[in-house]
Write a protein of this length. Structure first.
Length: 327
């Protein structure tokens, strides 16, 4: 069983094993180019990618939205959803303490409590410090840049898998927004920095705020779940599932996810309990989108079992609570 450990305050991730490598796709002369390309994995699994279409990230969206919802409530996934919900409920009473501990630790490490950027051309954000850099990786612009990179490579090399990955990243950005915005507008939870200003320890809950109230005072209602973490997790899952040969993707991606979680807590943007559902949604969104772009023979990939567990420990004089994803 593989184990990935997400630990908050600070976050630490342990990756015990990785997916297998793939063999390079065989390309044919352009005049004989087929409408599909195949990739054979080292475990014998063969993946077939049809030639991607420009608007796949739009046309596939409705079906993948439905399939993702089905995955959430599927009988064999009930434990994962239940574990994420249970982890959320268990973390809520400790949220304020965990925020306070994270800010103290951030100060000890010399991290600014604010996320500071310089804008170039009024559009592109350039982070001024490491904390702001970590926060930016969960921003949608990161997935857009990655998508442009994969898309450009795919077109130059005529690589259907890279093109499919680029399309999947664009779709994951949209689908993550749909899911997180829906739940945010249902839960209506205050962000930590707003809760501090209003004197609401743990953050006030105002379910189903009006559209005007949400638009005028977004931070008063949009903490639960974390859109940044959902978006980042979905993007990493799309890339990792398309490239199981690249063994570094998961450890690097999950380590960055842990660092992002800590940064959002020490800068008082999100509570710890905003994360379990975000991780679960991001994974299912990314997996559904990725699998919709290829067909595969029977093999070990795609048959992994997942399990969420809550963890608690004490290190460096701080209470730590985390979520462990085993697979």
């Amino acid at each position: 069983m593989k184990r990935i450990r997400f630990l908050l305050l600070p976050m630490s991730i342990l990756v015990c094993s990785q997916e297998v490598d793939t063999l390079k796709v065989t390309e044919l002369p352009q005049e004989l180019e087929p409408k599909v390309q195949t990739y054979t994995l080292k475990d014998g699994t063969v993946r077939t990618y049809p030639k991607p279409k420009l608007l796949d990230f739009v046309t596939k969206l409705p079906r993948n939205f439905i399939d993702t919802n089905k995955d959430f409530v599927a009988k064999d996934h009930a434990y994962y959803l239940g574990g994420a919900v249970a982890s959320t409920l268990i973390l809520i009473p400790f949220d304020q303490k965990l925020i306070d501990n994270s800010r103290e630790l951030g100060e000890r490490w010399g991290m600014d409590k604010d996320n500071n950027y310089t804008k170039i051309g009024g559009v592109f954000k350039i982070p001024k410090d490491i904390g702001s850099t970590l926060y930016l990786i969960g921003n949608g612009s990161t997935l857009v840049l990655l998508g442009i990179g994969f898309g450009t490579y795919g077109l130059i090399k005529n690589d259907y898998r890279a093109q499919a990955t680029a399309s999947g990243l664009m779709e994951s950005l949209i689908l993550s927004g749909v899911f997180t915005q829906t739940i945010k507008r249902i839960t209506g939870r205050e962000s930590p920095f707003i809760a501090e200003e209003n004197g609401n320890k743990g953050g006030a809950w105002n379910p189903f705020p009006s559209f005007s109230a949400f638009s005028k005072n977004t931070s008063s209602y949009d903490a639960m779940p974390s859109g940044h973490l959902t978006t980042f997790m979905a993007g990493i899952t799309v890339i990792a599932d398309n490239y199981p040969d690249a063994k570094w993707i998961k450890p690097v991606g999950y380590t960055l996810a842990g660092a992002l979680c800590f940064q959002m807590m020490q800068s008082k943007v999100h509570w710890a309990s905003d994360y379990p559902l975000a991780l679960l949604m991001g994974y299912f969104i990314g997996k559904t989108i990725s699998k919709s772009r290829y067909t595969s023979t029977e093999g070990t990939i795609g048959k992994t079992k997942y399990k969420f567990d809550l963890m608690a420990s004490r290190q460096w004089e701080y209470n730590m609570v985390g979520v462990k994803l085993s697979f």
